[in-house]
Every structure is written in structure tokens, then in C-alpha cells.
Design a protein around this ligand. Sequence first.
Ligand code: AMP
Length: 351
Amino acid sequence: MKILVINSGSSSIKYKLFQMPGRKLLSKGSIEHIAEKGSEIKDHYSGLKLILSKINSVDAVGHRVVHGAEKFKKPLLVDEAVIRKIKQCSAIAPLHNPANLAGILACKKLIPGVRQVAVFDTAFHQSIPDYAYIYGLPYELYTKLGIRKYGFHGTSHEYVAHEAARILNKKLQRLKIITCHLGNGCSITAVDKGKSIDTSMGFTPLEGLVMGTRSGDLDPALIPHIMRKRKLDLDEIDTLLNKASGLKGISGISNDMRILEEKASKGNKRAQLAMDIFVYRIRKYIGAYIAIMSGCDCLVFTAGIGENQKSVRSKITKNIFKHLKKAPKVLVIPTNEELMIAKQTYQLIKD
Ligand code: AMP
């Protein structure tokens, strides 16, 4: 069965075609600059048309959808009700869900009759208990506005947790795993018996670890303070926190960890400080997640930094398990969100 996986963003569509259940990657590619000035690709419909023209046949399509809020706890076959609910979730993910939906609607028109499955980045974290997902805010903000921790990168955390169990030859239901997705965006998840019980990202992907350009955890009182002092409006403070902070903001050099590592090795103090802060925050979260799971059998690193930067991994794990009776296994597992989406799509439609 040929499964096409679509990751439809605001100005790009990435795709991978898998033969399932064998997991064989048949082809992959991307269309960039959709709807940008001077681009020949005017919209997602044209982009997908181009992709489908390169592919002979498709049996099903799996779509990455960033935000499923509390409406989606697992992958679902796309129908009118699912489309309506994804639209409703756009209110809290205005940058992502409309683009994901554009991909779904384009496929519906171009290959009617081919089954489509929506796989949500937030779904894996729907098992987090209320005492971990409710913020210390007036409760009505949760009931009326849906303000709570949702968590992201769920497909990646779920995939590497499954892979860790496979590599260790143990049942996932018997393992306590901490998964560290360290790329340009970073998040860390406590996976207890195969279920996410806490994760560092929150209502948006801004909370938690220090990332390439995002601040991660902050004193919330800083936001009005900085706005007053710097005379920023809402969009400007949003940009400061999401695009000008993190490794880039601290170092004043780059959000790219490879560049920072090189600069730090040549004595650049701000690059070194950015890396130290990055590592320290991760160590703090690992400690917290060991505490909430009463232990840890396995620590997994994935994504750009997690997979490739051994020196960063060594700094994170240095002496961190000294107090535990048995040190967890440390694994590096390349993430493959597209394969996870293909697996989940196949599972849903195979019967
Ligand atoms: P990602 O968002 O997963 O693509 O990760 C991007 C981050 O990983 C950047 O900070 C890169 O500097 C870092 N990185 C380190 N080594 C590599 C590599 N070989 N390929 C891609 N990203 C890398």
C-alpha cells in the first residue's frame, strides 16, 4: 500500500511516499515559496497538483496537523466533521492549522475517493493529567478559552519512544523514558508506560526549553515590563520572544548550535553562555521528569542537535544520573515523523 505523507506549511509542502507496511521510502521532496511574490506556485492546490503529478498512484494520504487541541486524541480519517474541528482549532494555532487544512482540502479535490488521515502533533500529549496541564490561572480561562498546556512534537516523541523500546527489546508499557527533541525547536517529554505524562512545550511551542530563537520558560511579569520599557506592541513582543530570543538572542550570533559550538571553542563568551544556558535548562527538566516518574530507564536524544552534537549530549548527561541506583540507557535515535504518520495512517486504514 502506497501512503503519501504531507506536511503542509504556510509557504511550503514537504512530502514522503512510503510503501507500507514495509516502511520503504519510495520518494520524497518539497515545494517551497508557495504564494510568495514572484512564485509560480500560487496556492496549496497548485503545489499539491505538482506533487501528485510526480507520483504514479497513492492509496492513502497522511497529513501532519499541528494543533488538535482537546478534540483529537488519536489519528482520524478525514471527514466533514474532522475538517470542521481542525478549523475550530485554528483559533489557537493560526500560523499552522490553516496551512495544514489547505493541504487536506487540496487533496480532497485532486484525488477524491483516496482516504485521508489527520495525525496531530498534540495528540500524543493528550494523556497528560490535569494537574500537569492546567496553569495557575483562573480556571475559567481553561473552560472558556481552552487555555492549558497542549505540548507539541508529539509525533516525534511517540516515534522515538517506540523505537527506544524496540532497540532495548523491552515492552514500551514497562519503560520510563525521557525523550529530548533538540532541534531548532526543542521539547522534552516524560513517557511513562508508553504515555506522555508531561512535556515542556505548553499552550504554544514557546514554553519550556531555551530554543534556537525562542525564549522558553520566563517570568510572565517580564512581558508587560519589557513592553513598557521598550515601547513594544503585541506583535513586537511576540516576535521578540519567538524570533529574537533563545540561542540567537543570548549569543547575539546565531540560532545554529554548530556555529555557537565553533565560536565558543575559539573563546567567544556569549556563545559559551548561550550553550551553558541551553544545557542547564535541559538538565533541570530531566531532573524534574525523573522525579515525576520515580526513575528513568532510558534517555533519548533526537533532532538536529540531539542526533548530531555529541559534545552537547555529553554536557547534558555529565554526572546527571549519579544519584540513581541504575543509570538509564542513553540512546540517539533519528526522528522520523513522516514514517510515524505513515504507520498511523496504515494502521487506521488497513482493515
Ligand atoms: P532541526 O530543527 O532538527 O533541523 O535542528 C537544527 C539544529 O540542529 C541547529 O541548531 C543545528 O545547528 C543543529 N545541528 C547540528 N548538527 C546538525 C546536522 N548535521 N544537520 C542539521 N542540523 C544540525
